[in-house]
Design a protein around this ligand. Structure first.
Ligand SMILES: Cc1cc2nc3c(=O)[nH]c(=O)nc-3n(C[C@H](O)[C@H](O)[C@H](O)COP(=O)(O)OP(=O)(O)OC[C@H]3O[C@@H](n4cnc5c(N)ncnc54)[C@H](O)[C@@H]3O)c2cc1C
Length: 399
């Protein structure tokens, strides 16, 4: 996006734009996002949309206003990729794949004059020049303006390994530590749950937890039991408050309503009906509709005495406590929090400490849930950084 903004703003031949990437090809994480359907942005009202960025909302708002969901959809459309709004309000490309979009985009950029240098790992600076490791050894390159869009630290095998953090810190750039966002969590499962239920989806629940300031967050949806703990929809959605409480307190209790839509008192009445010779599992299945993984979770977290008491059993079904002991490692997360502090940047995303160097995308210190908010902010900040570079180069920057 940054390269595109510069190429669009320049008179033909007036500027050369080079894109360097450590990997043998560009956009690998973008392609991975395509495996899940490539959720590009969200169609909800703009104010609600902005609220998803939490503390970074005010810093991102002008950039997301300059390149909002409608602009993003028009941009994809101009590349020949129509978009549609799914039932959840999320926006996807028709075909739900990243490859056709990336292919069309790279073709347009190359036609506009972009030169791509693959297998160039940026290491920092050598004097005033950029320093790269390449298969042919170290190489330097001059640049009048630089946009860094080096990603966070998740899925490092796709190229973004966060190795830029000490390089920028060494230049006096304020950073907060990289941390997992939209991540799974570890639970100390019994051998029974780990061996019998790893991989099992748990549908449909309402998960709820209290954040560090005492506010409750509730999320309906589903999740998956893993060998290590839990991951998936509702877990990712609550991951920021859960992670922050673990960081502060060592662990956090997530509660699960295993029977959403059923009222606790009625559930207790139903469970109090005589079960005769039926096993507890059969009784709970017929009265509360729980079986399989949900039943295993119930047995995992509730004592035999509570299981035998209809009122306490109903209470446990409506608010099953699950202790989460740690976030899964950053390398496994969907996205990264922490990174370059907004206070280290001017309004054009240029580093105060390194004039002429701009930053964009996931390497900036913001976080958001899944729902298209990640790519939307990466694209908007990329465009803003490119326009900032135009201005720095003395070019006319529209928008
Ligand atoms: C499984 C998965 C699914 C996702 N699905 C979605 C989705 O549907 N919707 C959504 O909004 N978001 C999604 N995301 C998140 C989204 O893909 C990222 O937020 C986005 O790709 C970040 O863009 P970026 O350009 O900032 O960084 P990246 O896409 O990580 O790109 C950074 C680039 O910098 C290169 N690089 C890093 N360090 C160096 C270096 N030292 N030298 C040279 N090059 C370097 C890397 O090779 C990489 O190509 C998903 C993420 C994952 C892991």
């Amino acid at each position: 996006m940054a390269a595109e903004a510069v190429l669009e703003g320049a008179e033909p031949g007036a500027v050369t734009v080079d894109l360097y990437d450590a990997m043998p090809s560009v956009g690998r994480k973008f392609l991975l996002a395509g495996k899940g359907g490539l959720n590009l942005t969200h169609s909800e009202p703009h104010d609600t949309f902005l609220s998803r960025y939490g503390k970074a909302r005010d810093r991102l708002a002008p950039l997301l206003e300059a390149f909002d969901a409608a602009a993003l959809r028009a941009w994809a459309g101009a590349l020949g990729i129509e978009t549609f709004v799914g039932s959840s309000g999320r926006v996807f490309p028709a075909g739900m794949k990243a490859a056709p979009l990336l292919r069309a985009w790279l073709a347009r950029l190359r036609a506009a004059g972009l030169t791509v240098h693959a297998r160039h790992r940026w290491r920092g600076w050598s004097g005033h020049e950029l320093l790269f490791d390449t298969p042919r050894g170290a190489r330097t390159a001059p640049a009048d303006a630089v946009v860094l869009a080096l990603g966070g630290g998740s899925w490092p095998q796709l190229g973004s390994d966060g190795a830029w953090a000490p390089v920028l810190a060494g230049r006096g750039v304020a950073l907060s530590p990289l941390k997992p966002v939209n991540c799974g969590f570890d639970v100390r499962w019994s051998e029974h749950v780990r061996t019998r239920f790893a991989g099992a989806p748990v549908k449909t629940v309402v998960a709820f937890a209290t954040d560090i300031e005492g506010r409750e967050h509730r999320q309906p949806g589903e999740f998956v039991i893993t060998e290590h703990g839990v991951e998936g929809g509702v877990i990712y959605a609550l991951s920021a408050p859960l992670r922050d409480r673990i960081d502060a307190e060592g662990s956090v209790t997530l509660h699960l309503d295993l029977a959403p839509g059923r009222e606790a008192a009625r559930l207790a009445d139903e469970l109090a009906q005589p079960r005769g010779r039926r096993s507890l599992s059969t009784h709970v299945q017929s009265k509360a509709g729980l079986k399989g993984a949900k039943m295993a979770l119930l047995r995992e977290a509730v004592s035999a005495a509570d299981l035998a008491d209809p009122a306490r059993l109903a209470a446990a079904i409506k608010a099953l406590p699950l202790q989460l002991v740690s976030a899964r490692p950053l390398a496994e997360a969907i996205s990264t929090g922490g990174g370059v502090a907004f206070d280290a940047l001017d309004g054009q995303l240029m580093l105060d400490a390194v004039p002429g160097v701009f930053c964009a995308g996931e390497m900036l210190d913001w976080e958001a849930p899944t729902g298209g908010y990640l790519l939307a902010a990466c694209l908007a900040t990329g465009r803003a950084a490119g326009l900032g570079a135009c201005r720095w180069l003395g070019m006319k920057a529209e928008g």
